[in-house]
Design a protein around this ligand. Structure first.
Ligand code: FA5
Length: 426
């Protein structure tokens, strides 16, 4: 048996079953087919409503195939006086809502394709209904035609949008991840923290204030006089070459060290005095793991009567103990600075490599940290202080290098590189 014949047989069986249910006997259909039924009066009133409701229950079977549908339409139109359009109407609506439901719950493209074939395929669903259009009365055809078009359009649109949903998993994943719950309380501004250099600077300020020192500030754009001459470094002095200087128009400089604030402090406060002056210094030098063009120093000075190297060493030791909170190895060696006499270099054993040598200590195992000495009488004199009565000590701590030693930072450039990943570690 060929497939169309199978289809017709099934349709016939369905139709027969439907007719049994609808009309009660095979005679109804027989009369209908022979034309006798044309002479019968149409059903009406409650009888017609009952039949319609009964008819709804079997319409699926009747509309299962093209032949069955046609028989059903012809039969139904005759018996129920136009009820066929109503039934077709309902069948289309039902197919539409069933298809939309299946599309909504589909979990794969395969499931979507199955819905498409069932609803819009050439041998099923709406297409089969359309084929019967020509057999309807003109007014029915128009109504059912609109209904079919609208159902087809709705199903096609639903299929398309669900397809896009499946086709954009990345986008959905991203949207899911970026989803923001606007009902949650705002997190507020992110809290920052002090820069490691600022933190050490403040600790040292507290320490020195507790020992009677004043904290002074001075200009970063300095005159040649305060940066050099008043510190016993006149114009032709070779010590000027020790500091690569940024000269500005008009003879001023970006201060090469914080020592000019010593002079300003002595002029302003007079003896006896204890002061520190933290701040930035600038040098036109090649940057490497331990040299920056902009770095921090902390100047210290004490002027009093009979100040000795012992006082100087006491304060140096107190400073280092406060910062490192443990024993650190230091060495004191002779140094040279025109504004102190005698002059020393206090070096700290490199805490990055522990001694064997690394780029930070230039392979020497030691880091220059704290040059110091007793104030040169010429400097006191130039600042209006009688060196016969007063003397003092001064030191110039390398604050940036101190931060490196304290936190184990192996490259000075990290400290002012502005990289938050680095700074957030402190
Ligand atoms: C001076 O600047 C003197 N004014 C210090 C001084 C003050 C000596 C008072 C005596 C009395 P020096 O050039 O060595 O010194 O610099 C002092 C410290 O600053 C150094 O030990 C070092 O720790 C730091 N330093 C110097 N140059 C740089 C640089 N380019 N980058 C980072 N730190 C630096």
């Amino acid at each position: 048996m060929s497939l169309p014949l199978v289809g017709q047989a099934i349709a016939f069986c369905r139709l027969s079953a439907g007719v049994r249910e609808l009309g009660g006997t095979r005679q109804v259909l027989t009369r209908f087919r022979s034309g006798e039924a044309e002479k019968e009066s149409p059903a009406s009133g409650r009888d017609r409503r009952n039949r319609l409701s009964h008819q709804r229950k079997v319409v699926q079977n009747l509309c299962g195939g093209a032949d069955g549908l046609q028989d059903y339409l012809d039969f139904s139109r005759h018996c129920y006086n136009g009820a066929s359009t109503t039934m077709l109407d309902e069948s289309i609506q039902e197919l539409l809502s069933r298809s939309l439901g299946r599309i909504a719950s589909a979990n794969s493209l395969e499931e979507l394709e199955a819905v498409r074939v069932d609803a819009l395929g050439r041998k099923a669903g709406l297409t089969q209904f359309s084929k019967e259009m020509g057999k309807l009365a003109p007014e029915e055809r128009k109504h059912i035609g609109q209904l079919l078009n609208s159902a087809r359009q709705q199903i096609e649109e639903a299929l398309e949008s669900k397809k896009q949903y499946f086709a954009e998993p990345d986008l959905r994943a991203r949207l899911g991840a970026e989803w923001v719950d606007l009902t949650l309380p705002a997190p507020g501004p992110r809290r920052g923290h002090l820069h490691p250099i600022t933190r050490i600077q403040r600790e040292l300020e507290d320490l020195f204030v507790s020992m009677g020192f004043a904290v002074l500030d001075g200009p970063e754009v300095e005159t040649e006089y305060y940066n050099f001459d008043a510190l016993n470094i006149p114009a032709e002095h070779p010590a000027r070459d020790m500091q690569d200087t940024f000269w500005l128009d008009g003879g001023n400089v970006l201060r090469t060290h914080t020592s000019p604030v010593q002079v300003r402090g002595m002029e302003r406060l007079g003896p006896p005095l204890r002061m520190i002056a933290p701040g930035r210094a600038f040098r036109n030098e090649s940057v490497d793991a331990s040299h920056e063009h902009t770095f921090y120093q902390l100047e210290g000075m004490m002027v009093d009567r009979e100040v000795s190297v012992a006082h100087l060493l006491f304060f140096m030791k107190t400073l280092l103990t406060a910062i490192f909170k443990r024993e650190v190895t230091v060495r004191l060696r002779p140094g040279y600075f025109p504004f102190v006499e005698p002059a020393f270099e206090l070096d700290i054993q490199c805490l990055i490599c522990g001694g064997p040598g690394c780029p930070v200590c230039k392979q020497s195992g030691w880091v220059e940290l704290l040059p110091c000495g007793l104030v040169n009488p010429n400097v006191l004199r130039m600042s209006g202080i009688d060196p016969e009565e007063w003397n003092g000590f001064a030191f110039g701590l390398g604050l940036t290098r101190l931060a490196m030693m304290r936190y184990g930072i192996d490259d000075i450039r990290l400290l002012q590189g502005g990289d938050l990943r680095f700074l957030e570690q402190f």
